[in-house]
Write a protein that binds this ligand. Structure first.
Ligand code: NAD
Ligand code: MG
Length: 388
């Protein structure tokens, strides 16, 4: 009999994490949630552990250890706390696959540890490859760890490339919904609030990625993620605005053929693909009804208004620690915007400032990334404190 795939979900309480658990619960014989982790959502973690019966849970915030331990005292669940423990849980012998569903830079080190331990990765945390693509891939080539994307655009491209010779790829096109402020003028964007930015038209996601979608930084991060996943130079990566989010991305081949992958905007579909790859499992997830989409439209992104997109492409072309600098400053900017400490249009200024003030390093190591992340956050905070 087939043994279930034993899975560690890093970030099980988030938007992606809860959808991963939804998928896992539909195929009890195929997948087993072995480890669940989160940052601070103790009550949800307890509830998930009671329901899904993992062998272990890890809460990164150590001050919540006692609460989680107490909440699970009648169950045979090992409770751990802290960042190192979280990293360790991603490398355990009994884990077959790690789902990387944490948000931000914090998600990178556990993935690096898991890759070093030879685990296969279902990757949602795009910041991991943005910051440390080179290191992660180097380690993966040593250990044989396989990375399958969850991000819908990358899942689309991954699927379009199955069975293809990578040399025949002319370019890839990442589709972007354009977010809630598509078509807004500079003036209209001056006073938009975090609450307005959090209302994404097509996807229900965590706060950070929702803001990134509104500023188009999300697409910039995805371009950098694509460079590493598909080994493509910047000039072969394009972005198009496609507000219906039905075509998840496209690959152009050198014979003139174009492949696109489609589906309703529901992350559980690419999650299921990543978990079951190389197989496809039958599901009753929502089907695409073409008659509901009379018009599929495409347009160029407005790079003058949504300046995060060209900044991310600049970081992509520069390489070295620049994507790490971009990402760190963006995390500070998004946090500032969510707290009402900076305006929507100032977020790219914060990023640009940090990119110009943090020393550039071409050859990266983990230590250099740690230092660049710290330094960029400091420069971004200086800018925020000075200006607002
Ligand atoms: P979220 O904020 O809803 O959830 C984040 C999860 O990570 C939570 O479980 C949280 O407890 C945990 N976490 C956050 N910081 C942590 C830390 N410092 N230490 C330990 N755990 C921590 O985020 P999300 O929307 O689920 O996104 C997760 C990742 O997936 C992001 O990188 C995002 O860009 C990517 N992604 C998300 C979607 C989506 O639809 N939500 C789509 C594509 C890609
Ligand atoms: Mg995406």
């Amino acid at each position: 009999m087939l043994k279930p795939k034993r899975i560690a979900i890093l970030g099980s309480t988030g938007s992606i994490g809860t959808q991963v658990l939804d998928i896992i619960s539909r195929y009890p014989g195929r997948f087993r949630p072995e480890v669940l982790t989160c940052k601070s959502s103790a009550d949800l973690l307890i509830e998930q552990a009671r329901r899904y019966k993992p062998a272990r849970v890890v809460i990164a915030n150590k001050s919540l250890y006692a609460r989680v331990k107490d909440g699970l005292k009648d169950l045979p669940v090992e409770v751990m706390a802290g960042n190192e423990e979280l990293e360790y849980a991603a490398t355990l012998d009994e884990i077959d696959m790690v789902v990387a569903a944490m948000v931000g830079y914090a998600g990178m080190k556990p993935v690096l540890a898991a890759v070093k331990a030879g685990k296969n990765i279902a990757l949602a945390n795009k910041e991991t490859l943005v910051v440390a693509g080179e290191l992660i891939l180097k380690e993966a080539s040593k250990t044989g760890s396989k990375i399958v994307p969850i991000d819908s655009e990358h899942s689309a491209i991954f699927q379009c490339l199955e069975g293809e010779n990578k040399k025949s790829v002319e370019k890839i096109v990442l589709t972007a919904s354009g977010g809630p402020f598509l078509g807004y003028s500079y003036e209209q964007l001056q006073n938009v609030t975090a609450a307005e930015a959090l209302k994404h038209p097509n996807w229900d996601m965590g706060d950070k990625i929702t803001i990134d979608s509104a500023t188009l930084m999300n697409k910039g991060l995805e371009a950098i993620e694509a460079k590493w996943l598909f080994n493509l130079p910047p000039e072969k990566i394009e972005v198009v605005i496609h507000p219906q989010s039905v075509i998840h991305s496209l690959v152009y081949f050198y014979d003139g053929s174009v492949k696109a992958q489609m589906g309703v905007p529901d992350m559980r579909i690419p999650i299921l693909y990543a978990l079951s790859y190389p197989e496809r499992l039958q599901s009753d997830l929502p089907r695409l009804d073409l008659y509901k989409y009379e018009n599929l439209t495409f347009k160029e992104p407005d790079r003058k208004i949504f300046r995060n997109l060209p900044l991310a492409f600049e970081a992509l072309k520069t390489g070295g620690n620049m994507p790490c600098i971009l990402n760190a400053a963006n995390e500070v900017a998004v946090h500032g915007f969510l707290e009402g400490k900076t305006g929507f249009l100032q977020m790219p200024d914060v990023v640009e400032h940090a990119m110009s003030k943090t020393p550039f390093v071409a050859d990266i190591t983990l230590e250099i990334l740690e230092a660049s992340d710290y330094e960029s956050r400091e420069r971004a905070k200086d800018y925020l404190n000075q200006k607002f």
